[in-house]
Design a protein around this ligand. Structure first.
Ligand code: PSV
Ligand code: MN
Length: 386
C-alpha cells in the first residue's frame, strides 16, 4: 500500500471556494422554486457558506457577486465573514443585467454604456480593497446575435481598452481572471468565446491577468484537460469555475455528470503544479432542485475525491510506461488511481483535521437547516439576480 502521508498533507491544504449565489434561490427561465431557510441578504449567505467550511474544512473563502451582494459597508461584511470563520474570495463583476447592456457592456457600440460598465468594474476593485479580496472575476455576456449586427474587430478593440483600464487599476497583490464562454446569451458572436481569446488578451496585459476555466463553458466533447495543461504551462491558469453539465451551461454540481472528466482535469492540475493558492478552485453552481448547503458540501467532496485520485496516480510508473511507449500500461496506471475508492482516505484526512468523517451526515445532525427554516421567515429571499 502506497504511503499516503504527502497526499493527506495536500488534501488537508486544499482550498475550494464557494459562491454566495449558490445559497440563494435559483432555477431556470421556466421556474424558480423558493426554498425554506434561504438567506435574505449577503450576511445570511456568508453564514450558510461558513457551514460548508465547518463540515468540510476546505472551503474557507466565499466569492461575492456584485451587485447581488451589494451592501452599505463591505469592510463590515468582511468582518462578519471572519467572525463566521470564512473570508471573502473573488469579487465577481456583473455587467449583464442592466437594460443598458442589451447590446453589450464593455464592447457596446455606445461609449456611454461602455463607460458605465467600466465604472462598475472599477467599483469591484474598490470592493476588493475594502474586503481584502485579491481576485476579480470578469465575465462578459457581450456579443451579437446576427451577422452584420456590429463589427467583430471593433468589439475586440473596445474589450482590450476596458481590460487595460481595469488592469491598470489593480494593486500589486491583485489580479483579474477573464472568463470565457462559448455562447449564451449571445448566439452569433460572443466577444470572449474561448480560452484562446481570453489567453491572448491576458498575455498582452501581463502577469496580473489570467484565464479562468468555467467547466460548463465549452462545446460538447471539448478536451478541457488539454486547456488546463496548456494554460498551467504558460502560467496563465488563474482558476476554475467548477460545475458540471450534460448539455450546455447547466451549472450542476461539479463531478455529478462526469466524475471521470473532473479526475482528468485534476490530474493535469496536479501534474502541472497547479494545486496551490495561485490557482483558485471556485464553484460556480446553482442548486435548483436540491437543498443548497448539502449541495455545496457534496460538490466540495466531489472535488476532494477527484483530487485524491489524481494525487494517487503513480507518476513514476506512469512516466516509465510512457517512456517505453507502453500505451496500455500507461493507461492502466491512470485508471488504477481513478478506480480507487478514496472515501476511506478522505475520512482519515477529516479525522486528522478534527472533523467528522462524514460532512453530509454531520451537517444533517447539526440542526442548522431546521434553525434557519424557523428563523428566516419574512423578508425577501435572495435569488439569482438579487
Ligand atoms: C456565466 O455563465 C457565469 O459562469 C459567470 O461566471 C457569471 O458570473 C456566473 O455564471 C453567474 O452565475
Ligand atoms: Mn462562471
Amino acid at each position: 500500500m502506497k504511503d499516503t502521508k504527502d497526499i493527506r498533507t495536500a488534501l488537508r491544504a486544499q482550498h475550494i471556494e464557494t459562491p454566495s449565489w449558490a445559497f440563494g434561490n435559483s432555477g431556470t427561465r421556466f421556474k424558480v422554486f423558493p426554498r425554506q431557510g434561504v438567506p435574505r441578504d449577503p450576511y445570511e449567505k456568508l453564514a450558510d457558506a461558513a457551514q460548508v467550511h465547518r463540515y468540510t474544512g476546505v472551503a474557507p473563502t466565499v466569492a461575492l457577486h456584485i451587485p447581488w451582494d451589494k451592501v452599505a459597508d463591505y469592510a463590515d461584511l468582511a468582518r462578519h465573514a471572519r467572525e463566521h470563520g470564512v473570508g471573502i474570495g473573488a469579487i465577481n463583476s456583473n455587467v449583464f443585467q442592466d437594460d443598458d447592456y442589451m447590446l453589450g457592456s464593455v464592447t457596446n457600440p455606445d461609449p456611454k454604456v461602455r463607460r458605465k460598465a467600466l465604472d462598475h468594474l472599477l467599483e469591484c476593485v474598490d470592493i476588493m480593497d475594502a474586503t481584502g479580496s485579491d481576485t476579480l472575476k470578469l465575465w462578459f455576456s457581450d456579443g451579437t446575435n446576427y451577422p452584420g449586427q456590429d463589427d467583430i474587430r471593433a468589439r475586440q478593440d473596445r474589450l482590450a481598452e476596458a481590460l487595460a483600464a481595469v488592469y491598470d487599476r489593480l494593486g500589486d497583490d491583485q489580479r483579474f481572471l477573464l472568463e470565457y464562454k462559448l455562447f449564451e446569451p449571445a448566439f452569433y458572436v460572443t466577444d470572449v468565446p474561448d480560452w484562446g481569446t481570453a489567453y491572448a488578451h491576458c498575455l498582452k496585459l501581463g502577469p496580473k491577468a489570467q484565464v479562468v476555466v468555467d467547466t460548463g463553458h465549452h462545446a460538447p466533447g471539448t478536451n478541457i484537460e488539454f486547456i488546463v495543461a496548456f494554460l498551467l504551462r504558460e502560467g496563465k491558469l488563474g482558476g476554475f469555475d467548477f460545475n458540471s453539465r450534460f448539455y450546455a451551461d447547466d451549472d450542476l454540481m461539479v463531478g455529478a455528470a462526469d466524475p471521470f472528466q473532473l479526475f482528468r482535469i485534476m490530474f493535469e492540475v496536479v501534474g502541472g503544479g497547479g494545486l496551490g493558492p495561485h490557482v483558485a478552485f471556485m464553484l460556480d453552481q446553482c442548486h435548483n432542485i436540491e437543498p443548497k448547503i448539502p449541495g455545496q458540501i457534496r460538490s466540495v467532496m466531489n472535488v476532494q475525491e477527484a483530487t485524491a485520485k489524481a494525487l494517487l496516480v503513480d507518476r513514476e510508473a506512469l512516466g516509465a510506461a510512457q517512456a517505453e511507449g507502453d500505451v496500455l500500461g500507461a493507461n492502466a496506471v491512470l485508471m488504477d488511481a481513478y478506480d480507487t475508492d478514496v472515501r476511506p482516505l478522505l475520512a482519515e484526512v477529516r479525522g486528522e483535521m478534527g472533523l467528522d468523517p462524514n460532512p453530509m451526515a454531520a451537517y444533517r445532525r447539526s440542526g442548522y437547516f431546521e434553525k434557519i427554516a424557523a428563523e428566516r421567515v419574512g423578508g425577501t429571499q435572495a435569488g439569482w439576480g438579487a
